[in-house]
Ligand binder design. Structure first.
Ligand SMILES: Cc1cc2nc3c(=O)[nH]c(=O)nc-3n(C[C@H](O)[C@H](O)[C@H](O)COP(=O)(O)OP(=O)(O)OC[C@H]3O[C@@H](n4cnc5c(N)ncnc54)[C@H](O)[C@@H]3O)c2cc1C
Length: 367
């Protein structure tokens, strides 16, 4: 039947599209329904790093870091024009609560998990300041350099979308899901662009997932904390390579050079409103300016900001503080009569390859 699919995926972010591509390669007929446009959610509003996440070492999330760094190597090799390795600098100041030995050990471990072969090293202050001319040169204790990857998240997501289409996936953008009917062996999607049928529904709506589950009364095993993160884009190139800095409360934030601009981020704010209503909060802008100005020779002002952007992380709820909640993803499979509903919870930009492979494995085992 023309409007009948082996799988219908809701959400054209990196995860929905990567799953669509993997299923199509496994010879499934796949439709992706997106209410807005490709990569309109977190997948174009991230920090644009393809990384293991250095800070997750402190949370002992070793399996997430290892998986991410394995995926990083695959992406570096597969998309060399979109995913590039860079030296990242981490200057340690006298007031840092993290001892040098701890940072050195963490970076050694991170290099050990990395598959690109470039080790972390300590660099001299002279070498650092000769390249980072806009950074204040007082109270510095040590400087570390390690390697991680940067991408253009929007372009990477569009690349996966076009590979999915090449593999036969049908992607419908600007399409509203009006009603969902679940019967014996059919799930019917009544949308603004027609009626579509399947018996496998994959919910890859990221931060919108709880809202969808509530609206369509879907079974689910988790709920999420919506944690927004903003970035400010400074209309000036302040640094030659990415820089990690510590805030007064020990959080890590990044300054990342991008063409002739500098991206600074990010923040973590727990949100209660619907995802579509979440807006950049001025307090978060001021926070990033204030923390950056502790390190910059010339003070940044609001007028230096070219743009700001915001993304919302779907973090699986737990009793922990939001900065400590795991970034690990969960695949949540439910059976209703002869239909299957699979929710994708959480995840990172970096891990879309592993996530998609695990989805295909899970579904092929569950027949
Ligand atoms: C501030 C911030 C910084 C980050 N930095 C990094 C980083 O540096 N590195 C990294 O690896 N990860 C990072 N992440 C995480 C990463 O961005 C996300 O994990 C990833 O983009 C999630 O992709 P997704 O496909 O699951 O969700 P999304 O990209 O959010 O896609 C979900 C899609 O579902 C669509 N949708 C919602 N409701 C409906 C509906 N009713 N019908 C149809 N479609 C619907 C939305 O429009 C959206 O396009 C960051 C996230 C944030 C927020």
């Amino acid at each position: 039947m023309k409007n009948s699919y082996d799988a219908i995926i809701l959400g054209a972010g990196i995860n929905g599209l990567a799953i669509a591509k993997a299923l199509a390669i496994a010879e499934k007929k796949v439709l992706v329904i997106e209410k807005s446009h490709i990569a309109s959610g977190a997948s174009s509003n991230s920090s644009r790093l393809i990384h293991g996440g250095l800070r997750y070492l402190e949370q002992y999330e070793f399996s997430l870091i290892r998986e991410s760094l394995k995926d990083q190597k695959y992406l570096l090799d597969t998309y060399p024009s979109l995913v590039k390795l860079h030296p990242f600098y981490f200057p340690i100041y006298n007031n840092s609560k993290r001892p040098d030995w701890m940072i050195g050990l963490g970076l050694w471990l991170y290099s050990l998990f990395s598959k690109h072969g470039k080790k972390a090293i300590k660099v001299s202050k002279e070498e650092f300041f000769s390249e980072f001319k806009n950074i204040k040169d007082n109270n510095i204790r040590a400087v570390f350099k390690y390697y991680d990857a940067k991408t253009d998240d929007d372009a990477l997501t569009h690349k996966i979308a076009s590979e999915a289409q090449d593999a036969g996936v049908n992607i419908l953008e600007n399409t509203q899901l009006k009603e969902l009917h679940i019967e014996n062996d059919t799930i019917t999607f009544d949308t603004s662009k027609g009626v579509f049928k399947t018996n496998l529904f994959i919910n890859a709506t990221g931060a919108w997932i709880d809202e969808i589950n509530k609206e369509f009364n879907l079974p689910s095993s988790y709920t999420i904390e919506k944690v927004s993160g903003i970035h400010i884009v400074i209309d000036n190139l302040l640094i030659p390579e990415p820089l990690l800095l510590e805030t007064a409360s020990k959080r890590i934030f990044f300054m990342i050079p991008e063409d002739k601009t500098t991206i600074i981020g990010t923040t973590e704010r727990s949100e209660n409103s619907n995802v579509d209503d979440i807006k950049v909060n001025n307090e978060d802008i001021q926070y990033l300016l204030q923390e950056s100005n502790k390190y910059l020779k010339t003070e940044l002002k609001t007028s230096d900001i070219k743009e700001t952007y915001i993304g919302v992380r779907p973090i699986i709820k737990s009793k922990k503080d939001i900065s400590q909640m795991s970034r690990e993803y969960k695949l949540d499979l439910h059976h209703i009569a002869n239909n299957r509903i699979l929710h994708i919870y959480g995840g990172k930009l970096t891990t879309f390859t592993s996530l998609a492979r695990k989805v295909v494995n899970l579904l092929s085992r569950d027949v």
